[in-house]
Ligand binder design. Structure first.
Ligand code: 13P
Ligand code: SF4
Length: 326
């Protein structure tokens, strides 16, 4: 297959993203996108892509897309033999926890997360000793070993619901300090926090929000709940990546800024061409490790397979399944 043939065969794929990937750039992606579509059929594979994946992945080769909560739910319902997780390692681990018998591949093992790095299983055991009887709610952005020490998981899309479902006056919420403080502002439940931060969202400031409002009067500002509480307070709305995308699709603001990872605006812009996106974004270096090239390689070479120690997996699965049951 020549490049010209691949470009011709993938015209309908390019049409989906022509709004954000110009004609001259498409040949860079055409061969890999074409090969991935064939490999998916050959291997009975699905690609689950997080909302922060670049448009050529998100709109052209992914079968299912969404926020962390949606990806976990989708991982439970797919019939495919192989799942390729176009996202970061904790997302692939969650898919494997829910599908122990399936092959789950992550195209780059170094696609980590600063939140997952901020806490260990031993830290959680220490907190349990320090606060006996206080339930531990763990963000899915953690390792399986940390999940296994927790009572229940949450995502940014269901954190308040999870916290309130426990029916207790006080919970420990790990590891994202800002997410925990943002949820604490919405609920009467007292929340004990940890000092983990997302290296992407912690960089946004209320000053940036003020500047946006001055430069673009009437702009709608959306912030992910991993942003500092002062940023969330200065924004018009806060929600998970899927909830923010849904907000734009339903409300069709004239002009919007999404205080989150850069690819979010590109992906949501494809679906909402009449909305003007102002893009003060920060890149997630971990999400950006996933490319069409390494997705293709993952399917060709069956790598990198996600494996989890069975004892750890049993505990972590319990915490994730308890969340999904809510
Ligand atoms: P969402 O669950 O909102 O997609 O967030 C995941 C994430 O890693 C945000 O930085
Ligand atoms: Fe982790 Fe932040 Fe990247 Fe999301 S954006 S994967 S929380 S480092």
């Amino acid at each position: 297959m020549t490049l010209i043939e691949s470009v011709a065969r993938t015209q309908s794929l390019h049409a989906k993203v022509a709004h954000v990937i110009p004609d001259v750039e498409w040949p860079v992606f055409a061969e890999d996108a074409d090969a991935i579509l064939a490999l998916k059929r050959e291997r009975d594979a699905v690609i689950l892509a997080h909302n922060y994946q670049t448009p050529e992945i998100y709109h052209c080769v992914a079968d299912l897309v969404g926020d962390s909560l949606a990806l976990a739910r989708m991982a439970m319902t797919t019939d495919a033999k192989v799942i390729v997780l176009a996202g970061v390692h904790f997302m692939a681990e969650t898919a494997k926890l829910l599908n122990p018998e399936k092959t789950v591949l992550i195209p780059d093992l170094k696609a980590g997360c600063s939140l997952a790095e901020s806490i260990t299983a031993e830290d959680v055991r220490r907190l349990r000793r320090q606060y006996p009887g206080v339930p531990i709610v763990t963000y899915v952005n953690t390792s399986a070993a940390v999940k296994a020490e927790s009572d229940i998981c949450c995502t940014s899309g269901n954190a308040r619901k999870v916290v309130e479902s426990l029916g207790v006056p006080r919970v420990i919420m790990l590891p994202d300090e800002y997410l925990a403080r943002n949820i604490a502002a919405e609920t009467d439940v007292e929340i004990i926090t940890w000092n983990g931060h997302c290296e992407v969202h912690e960089r946004f400031t209320p000053h940036e929000v003020r500047e946006l409002r001055e430069a673009y009067p009437g702009i709608t500002v959306l912030a992910h709940p991993e942003c500092p509480p002062e940023v969330v307070a200065a924004a018009d709305f806060s929600g998970s990546t899927a909830v923010m995308a849904d907000y734009v699709s339903r409300r069709q603001p004239k002009r919007v800024a999404m205080l989150t990872e850069c690819s979010m605006s590109d992906n949501v812009a494809v679906q909402n061409p009449q909305v003007d996106f102002i893009r003060p974004c920060n890149l997630c270096p971990h999400m950006k490790r996933i490319t069409l090239k390494n997705i293709r390689r993952a399917l060709e070479e069956n790598r990198h397979q996600v494996t989890i120690d069975p004892e750890v997996a049993a505990g972590a699965r319990r915490a994730v399944e308890r969340m999904l049951a809510i």
